[in-house]
Design a protein around this ligand. Structure first.
Ligand code: BYC
Length: 309
């Protein structure tokens, strides 16, 4: 009975647009859903460093190398804000990191695709960061205070990432025939995975109803996907690259760009661990985690010494 009245008060606060803060009462499902989502978001930022980090040593100029280094470093920072945000819900960071390393937690499907050429770096910044901004601008308004605030800062930085990517794409698209071919090839490969990044269609999204009721999500997977397509089609035409979808067509009745069917079999295979780079990504993360043990030990010892002093 007590929980019933607490639940009503909690939902009334959300309805009134108030933020829920770590020490406030919250239903156990809300806490669990947020831990799942925030920790998976953190893992995505950390794993997301791998496909791009692959190109730091091969960036075509010092300016490009500095831009990419800064971007990859920002992703590490995003991972840290998000792990801190998950910890406000009473979970230990090592617990959620173990869930990633031992395969029980997901991370974004998009990072299981390979970065084959320098044009992939531009295309990731433009499309993948562009998709992330659409999703995270919504999450910046979510009902949980620490996650909402983490996303405000993340979105500011992602905007730079998107601009550096779009600039690379624009430069290559007016470059030599080989550069044009490379950038078109990269867009052809990243377009469809960027669309499935928003998650399964609403009808197959088991978490959406609960998350939308509690205003963790304010828009559905399909709504955000459509928003991303609508924003991106004009950007592609400005730089003169083609989006690889023969069914892409403006619908004057809805004001949306209609698009072709997405490959959900491929998406589900990727999130079950069977994408082109899943094993490689997890192997790299496990090795990095092992190599970083001495740093965690040293930081832990320093903190213990300070507490004792
Ligand atoms: N990849 O019921 P649904 C970035 C899972 S990183 C993998 O719709 P929900 C960036 C989903 O977890 C971008 N798994 O779920 C970094 C669920 O499985 P579980 C990452 C996916 O939570 C570096 C199942 O499918 N952003 O920005 O309502 C460089 C059913 O789905 C995916 C975030 O993580 C996917 N794409 O909605 C550049 C944002 N989609 O967990 C950029 C926070 C779905 O029940 N997360 N699944 O086993 C979200 O906004 C939501 O969790 C999602 C999914 C939209 C991803």
């Amino acid at each position: 009975m007590e929980d019933e009245s607490k639940l009503r008060a909690f939902e009334a606060r959300i309805e009134a647009g108030e933020k829920i803060e770590p020490k406030d009462w919250m239903p156990e499902r809300y806490r669990k859903q947020l831990i799942r989502m925030i920790s998976q978001h953190a893992h995505s930022e950390i794993v997301g460093m791998l496909p791009e980090g692959n190109w730091i040593t091969r960036a075509p100029s010092l300016r490009r190398k500095m831009g990419l280094l800064a971007k990859v470093q920002d992703e590490a920072g995003h991972g840290l804000y998000l792990y801190c945000s998950a910890e406000t819900l009473g979970v230990d960071r090592s617990e959620v990191v173990d869930q990633l390393l031992y395969g029980t937690a997901k991370y974004s499907s998009i990072f299981n695709y390979p970065t084959l050429t320098w044009a992939d770096i531009g295309t990731i910044g433009w499309l993948v960061d562009g998709a992330a901004i659409v999703n995270q601008t919504m999450l910046a308004k979510c009902s949980y205070g620490p996650y909402s605030r983490a996303n405000i800062r993340i979105c500011k930085e992602e905007n730079f990432h998107k601009k550096q990517g779009y600039e690379i794409v624009a430069t290559m698209a007016k470059g030599t025939p080989e550069q044009k071919r490379m950038v078109q090839d990269a867009v052809n490969r990243w377009w469809w995975p960027s669309l499935t990044m928003f998650g399964p269609p609403d009808k197959d999204s088991p978490n959406s109803a609960e998350l939308m009721k509690w205003q963790v999500k304010l828009q559905s997977n399909d709504e955000l996907r459509q928003r991303f397509v609508n924003l991106t089609v004009p950007q592609a035409s400005v730089v003169g690259v083609a989006l690889p979808d023969p069914d892409l067509k403006y619908n004057s009745k809805t004001g949306n760009w209609d698009f072709g069917a997405l490959n959900w079999d491929e998406f589900f295979a990727v999130i079950k661990g069977n994408g082109p780079c899943n094993r490689q990504r997890m192997r790299a993360r496990r090795i990095a985690h092992e190599n970083g043990k001495w740093v965690r030990d040293a930081a832990g010892a320093y903190a213990a010494k300070k507490r004792a002093a």
